[in-house]
Design a protein around this ligand. Structure first.
Ligand code: COA
Length: 704
């Protein structure tokens, strides 16, 4: 089978055969040969067609076996019924890569033929891209083996797309927006090669400065993550994924399962790997084009220059959304911008040079932003069409000030808002790949995405951290439960597993009589909590199997009887092993720490706001394993309620170190105990800094 390094031959083949080549315009087999020819391909082209002698000036062969010399890439454009046979012939010829444009396989349920094709290719040492693709283009290989209707404009953005139709549309759209492509590959059914393989080529392709991936679903998430991390280490990646609302097949038995929709996991993985996730095609194009053509922000000081208060406020809001820090040294700002700002304007960031500003004022203000070295992040230049502005100078002003910022290596984006003349100006500027947009959000999000990417690069740390846990003890608990035919651990087993992992839990003992329960409570000290222990009752509270805040001996005896009665009423056949008496933990802030196994990305850990809020607010974040303390720390600061950790309303900051420890311990359990499928510690009560936490309740699901 071809190794990683050889994937280059798929994109930059020295010879291409097209089985199903046709001399009839309009046919896919015609378009592929025409695109190879018109795209300036310099290698050998071998049309294969049983009837033709020549197609578009190339000698045609009745079979691939008749071709003299090696064939690197074979493109298949014969109907589905002839495809397996054609693959066999291509493999016999010794081709290394086969791209199958033909549809009608896995996507319509015919997996059998698809599997046969891949098996045949792989056995013969060939790899398959597709079926059901529109082909592959690479600027480096000058090789356009797609059936696209238009010529592909060469440039520095690579597009890898699972959807062929969208890919074809993207070729047109990028050409219209003057976005040049370095690579375009349609991934299709992913019967053999997938996006990770194509990404491998793009990582090493010198023409590619940024990567856009359109993804619908990932089969091998672990390999995808590994390749994506290596890709973002060298160039920015923007991912557009459809199906935000789609929920994958989830183990709904635990809350972690029901919260972890596949899209949330995907979203987490994308961020964890340093890629940006775009919501729309336009966003994805803007970001990729900007990052491919702009210098990176060096540091953290950004300015907004505007002639309108309203768009200035909009841009400020957008900066907050993209975590763009606005430069705040009032003395420096005054020094730089007061010469061109009227007294009724503002030199506080956003710099408002007011509605009366002319192109000359913009030139002066943007010269100041270019040369002020303290403004070391980037510049957002906003313009609202006004009657006083000399419109004919808008395009030259943007061009000149852009050039100046590029000379000084400082990123700048423009948002130009107005009528027809402004739209014309934007079109003209975009033709020169100047980042001028009609919308403030597009300008700010492009700069913000670049800023976040370079920030990621500066901080990325892929080291791996595991905790020291008693794996043997945990696996023994799991095996004993499995031997009893259970798919979950009982409360006391969960507590024992937590203890073995070193997660701090309240003292707890299981009583089998009211007297014993009272005896335990007397020893522990009040208040205590009592919980039913039964393999037949998973949701203890729903069954009336939990009583909190019991303050004395009499209370314990009464609670014992009440719980027994409630649980028998809830499920008359439930086998009750006893009642757990637990020290009641003092109040703190309630969080949730958990983990599960994702079908695509493997084990993932979760952290969020816990207690009763978790289901309503769903303020939780995920990370795929492995992680380290830095990544766990990122999880803590990523939840919306992160302020609860730093202390709200005079509250002391919480003991974040102990939460990070707990996250690392849960990830270690998932890594070392393969039969544990889901863990949920909720609530995990966290105290002030230095005072630790207590895992009050844990739920653990298991599977052979
Ligand atoms: N070897 C080589 N060529 C052969 C052949 C063989 N064994 N058997 C037939 N051919 C030739 C045909 O004679 C024809 O050439 P001609 O025009 O000179 O007669 C050519 O191969 C194509 O065959 P044809 O039967 O005309 O098929 P088609 O062009 O109508 O359709 C596909 C073929 C692949 C385009 C079609 O089956 C298909 O899958 N379309 C969908 C493609 C798609 O959308 N892909 C996903 C994009 S995102």
């Amino acid at each position: 089978m071809s190794s990683k390094g050889e994937i280059k031959r798929l994109f930059e083949p020295e010879s291409v055969a097209v089985i199903g080549a046709s001399g009839t315009p309009g046919k896919i087999g015609y378009s592929v040969v025409r695109n190879l020819k018109n795209g300036g391909y310099e290698g050998k082209v071998y049309p294969i067609n049983p009837k033709a002698d020549e197609i578009l000036g190339f000698k045609s062969y009745s079979g691939i076996g008749k071709v003299d010399g090696p064939v690197d890439l074979t493109v298949i454009t014969v109907p589905a019924s002839l495809t397996l046979e054609s693959v066999k012939e291509a493999v016999a010829k010794g081709t290394k890569y086969i791209t199958i444009i033909t549809s009608g396989f896995g996507e319509v349920g015919d997996y059998e033929t698809e599997h046969k094709i891949v098996a045949c290719a792989n056995e013969g040492g060939a790899r398959v891209l597709g079926p059901n693709i529109f082909g592959v283009f690479s600027a480096a290989g000058k090789c356009n083996s797609t059936f696209s209707a238009n010529n592909i404009l060469a440039g520095n953005v690579a597009i890898l797309t699972q959807s062929g139709a969208l890919g074809i549309a993207m070729i047109g759209k990028t050409a219209a927006a003057n976005i040049g492509l370095s690579v375009m590959a349609s991934i299709g059914n992913k019967s053999d090669l997938d996006e990770a393989d194509c990404l491998e080529y793009v990582i090493h392709d010198n023409n590619t400065k940024s990567i856009l991936m359109y993804v619908e679903g990932i089969k091998d998430g672990i390999r995808f993550m590994d390749t994506l991390k290596r890709a973002t280490a060298v160039k920015p990646v923007v991912v557009l994924k459809a199906g935000r609302s789609e929920r994958g097949a989830m183990a709904a038995a635990s809350h972690t399962g029901s919260l972890a929709g596949s899209d949330e996991i995907f979203d987490a993985v994308i961020k964890q790997c340093g890629a940006a996730r775009a919501e729309t095609l336009e966003e994805a194009f803007n970001w990729c084009n900007f990052m491919a053509n702009s210098p990176p922000p060096k540091k953290d000081n950004f300015v907004i220059v505007t002639n309108g208060g309203g768009i200035g406020v909009m841009a400020t809001d957008a900066c907050e959304q993209y975590s763009i820090p606005l430069y705040d040294d009032q003395d420096k700002l005054k020094e730089a911008f007061s010469p061109m700002t009227p007294a009724f304007g503002s030199v506080k960031n956003p710099i408002d040079i007011t509605g009366g500003a002319t192109s000359k004022d913009y030139n002066l203000a943007l010269e100041a932003s270019a040369v002020t070295k303290e403004i070391d992040g980037g510049v957002m230049a906003l313009y609202c069409e006004t009657a006083t502005f000399d419109t004919e100078n808008l395009t030259p002003m943007v061009r000149d000030t852009y050039k100046r910022h590029m000379e000084l290596g400082k990123p700048i984006v423009y948002a130009l808002v107005g009528g027809e003349a402004v739209s014309d100006s934007i079109r003209t500027l975009q033709k020169d790949r100047i980042p001028a947009f009609s919308d403030v959000m597009h300008a700010v999000s492009s700069l913000g995405t670049a800023y976040n990417y370079y920030n990621y690069l500066a901080k990325v740390n892929n080291s791996v951290e595991w905790a020291k846990i008693d794996t043997k003890a945990i696996n023994a608990i799991v095996d004993a439960a499995l031997a009893e035919g259970r798919s979950f651990l009982l409360a006391n087993e969960g507590s024992a597993a937590m203890k073995a992992a070193g997660v701090s839990i309240p003292e707890s003992l299981v009583a089998t009589t009211p007297e014993q329960a009272s005896e335990f409570a007397e020893k522990m000290g009040y208040p205590v909590v009592m919980k039913v222990v039964s393999r037949d009752i998973l949701h203890k509270s729903d069954a009336g199997g939990v009583i909190l805040g019991i303050k004395n001996k009499e209370g314990v005896a009464g609670a014992y009887d009440t719980i027994m009665k409630n649980c028998k009423n809830y499920n008359a056949n439930a086998v009750i092993d006893g009642i757990e008496v637990t020290q009641m933990v003092s109040s703190g802030t309630e969080f949730i720490v958990g983990g599960r196994r994702d079908p695509a990305f493997g084990p993932v850990v979760m952290f969020g706001l816990g207690g009763v809020y978790v289901e309503v607010i769903k303020d939780v974040v995920f990370r795929a394993l492995p992680i380290n303390r830095q990544e766990a720390e990122n999880m803590l600061s990523s939840i919306k309620s992160a302020k609860f950790l730093t202390g709200v309303r005079g509250q002391e900051p919480r003991d974040t170190d102990s939460i990070i420890d707990a996250i690392i311990k849960v990830s270690t359990i998932l890594n070392e105990c393969p039969k544990i499928t889901d863990i949920e510690i909720n609530p995990i009560v966290v105290y002030e800094k230095g005072k630790g936490l207590k895992a009050v309740d844990s739920r653990i699901m298991i599977e052979k």
